[in-house]
Design a protein around this ligand. Structure first.
Ligand code: NAD
Length: 502
């Protein structure tokens, strides 16, 4: 059964979730200048595990992007002029609301994006952490004074908000990728317009509903939902009122947006793709390392930018590592993330299933050994979703697509290696540079690897080197800038120097 309220159309359970959790009963979907706006054009949102249509949302266009930018520009002066304490309070309120709604938000996320409920609960907590962290940091944007070589001169540095920010976020972490941008922007005193991913607008609406209820003044944060992202991106890059573009998504789109923003020399932050090496030296416990590798590899069905794409295992422990890994994969349950025991959800769409299939088939053609999975799942309970069996390949080599291309799916590729220098060279042999992992009990080797790997985030015997308090971001073609931590706030600040002659 579908419910229709105004032009808001959705399934009964989603309707109840929204009406109970978010009071969206009479609210259509784009949030511009403090109001929930409607459009005649709508697009549908589908559950990737079941194929069910969850609802339909506004299909915004360039006009709406411009309208939202105008609202953000008008709101900039009062918001940047408010005290840091006032801005902090709104973010604290939003944190409290998000925690209060954690369960409902996680259920919505599982329906819309597909990740198992437990992972969705973790993501909502991670998303809320950014609201809290930046609520606290808002009060710590200190300037500095600098001694001058001239006795009659004083230098003072202050940090001030950049201005209107345009943000574009992906579907794989549909709530935390929003707060990771919105929270520091608002804390810094910027105003923002965000375009959510076309696959997950319902999560974005739920976040903006929280910001609205947290007491955010009109125009300070605005949401545009759209099926076709290109016109919105064009407006973001060309509108002179936008002073900064922040993007999380693929390297391909990030490069295009950076190019389009270049004529105005807009500030850009780019959180892009990855191709993480996971290195296991032979002094590591192979069982412990295999457990860690399998957990992080299959996180979010492999649809994570920090997902290991190449697992390098030193030959001495290869058999023990592979055996443990394979046993764990064999026990993974694939299905609808709302069902108990499911640890692997669907992929985002059929194109993603085809991409994974192509990489696996290519690897098998070129000599990889298939230990688990290796095919799409399309029968019975999996028939209506976009599922691919959790897959383990060994004997992977550098001539295979999977060795070079980001997989973004549930395929673990194991590559044997012999010595330290060889594996560091192999690990660095990529144009990406986001995350890397090293397992070793040798402190000196761990430190040398930490320094030698050209990646922005390195887990040493650790599969979760992320936190709102820690800088997240990549080197090389994995991006520009950092999110989270003090660095995440400075991305939204301009440095201004005053030279005072006294
Ligand atoms: P994508 O680049 O296709 O889409 C990301 C966002 O960009 C979406 O909102 C989409 O609508 C928008 N977009 C696409 N084309 C656009 C255009 N021409 N103009 C403006 N916006 C446009 O990426 P995806 O497939 O949705 O996300 C997966 C990618 O994101 C992976 O490569 C992954 O590694 C990366 N990612 C990176 C991080 C990070 O922090 N580094 C985090 C999550 C995801």
């Amino acid at each position: 059964m579908y419910f229709i309220v105004g032009s808001f159309v959705c399934k009964k359970d989603v309707f109840e979730l929204f009406s109970v959790g978010y009071q969206l009963l009479n609210m259509p979907h784009m949030y511009i200048n403090g109001e929930w706006l409607n459009t005649d054009q709508q697009f549908t949102v589908t559950n990737p595990a079941t194929g069910e249509i969850l609802g339909s949302v506004c299909d915004g266009d360039q006009y709406h992007a411009k309208q939202a930018i105008d609202a953000a520009a008008a709101a900039f002066k009062p918001w940047s002029g408010a005290t840091a304490y006032a801005r902090s309070e709104v973010l604290q309120n939003a944190y409290a609301l998000m925690i209060e709604r954690k369960q409902a938000l996680a259920e919505l996320m599982t329906r819309e994006q597909g990740k198992p409920l437990k992972a969705a609960l973790n993501e909502v907590q991670y998303a809320a952490d950014f609201l809290k962290w930046f609520a606290e940091e808002a009060k710590r944007v200190y300037g500095e004074t600098i001694p001058s070589a001239r006795a009659d001169q004083r230098f003072m540095v202050r940090y001030q908000p950049i201005g209107v920010v345009a943000a574009i976020t992906p579907w794989n972490y549909p709530i935390s990728m929003i707060t990771r941008k919105v929270a520091p922007a608002l804390a810094a005193g910027c105003t923002i317009v965000l375009k959510s991913a076309e696959a997950t607008p319902l999560c974005a609406i739920a976040v903006f509903e929280i910001l609205h209820q947290a007491g955010l003044p009109a125009g300070v944060a605005n949401l545009v939902t759209a099926f076709d992202p290109a016109p919105i991106g064009e407006e973001f890059c060309t509108n002179t009122k936008v002073k900064k573009l922040t993007f999380t998504g693929s390297t391909r789109v990030g490069k295009k947006l950076a190019q389009d923003a270049a004529p105005q020399l807009k500030r850009v932050s780019m959180e892009l793709g990855g191709h993480a090496p996971f290195i296991v030296f032979d002094d590591a416990d192979p069982v412990h390392a295999a457990k860690g590798a399998s957990l992080v590899k299959f996180l979010n069905t492999g649809q994570a930018c920090i997902s290991p794409n190449r697992i390098f295992v030193q030959r001495g422990i290869l058999d023990a590592f592979v055996q443990t890994f394979s046993d764990r994969v064999a026990n993974m349950k694939v299905g609808n993330g709302l069902e108990a025991g499911v640890s692997i959800g669907p992929l985002v769409n059929e194109a993603a299933v085809r991409k994974v299939s192509r990489q696996v088939d290519d690897a098998l053609d070129k000599g990889a050994i298939l230990l688990n999975g290796g095919k799409p799942l399309s029968d019975g309970e999996h028939a209506a979703g976009h599922f691919y069996a959790p897959t383990l390949l060994s004997n992977v080599s550098d001539d295979m697509l999977i060795y070079r291309e980001e997989t973004f799916g549930p395929v673990a590729a194991i590559i044997p290696f012999d010595d330290y220098d060889q594996v560091i060279a192999m690990a660095n042999d990529t144009h990406y540079g986001l995350a890397a992992y090293v397992y070793t009990q040798n402190l000196s080797r761990a430190m040398r690897a930490f320094e030698a790997l050209n990646f922005g985030i390195i887990g040493i015997n650790d599969i979760n080197p992320t936190s709102a308090a820690a800088p997240f971001g990549g080197m090389n073609e994995s991006g520009v800038g950092r999110e989270g931590a003090r660095e995440g706030l400075s991305e939204y600040l301009e440095t201004k120097l005053g030279g005072f002659s006294i």
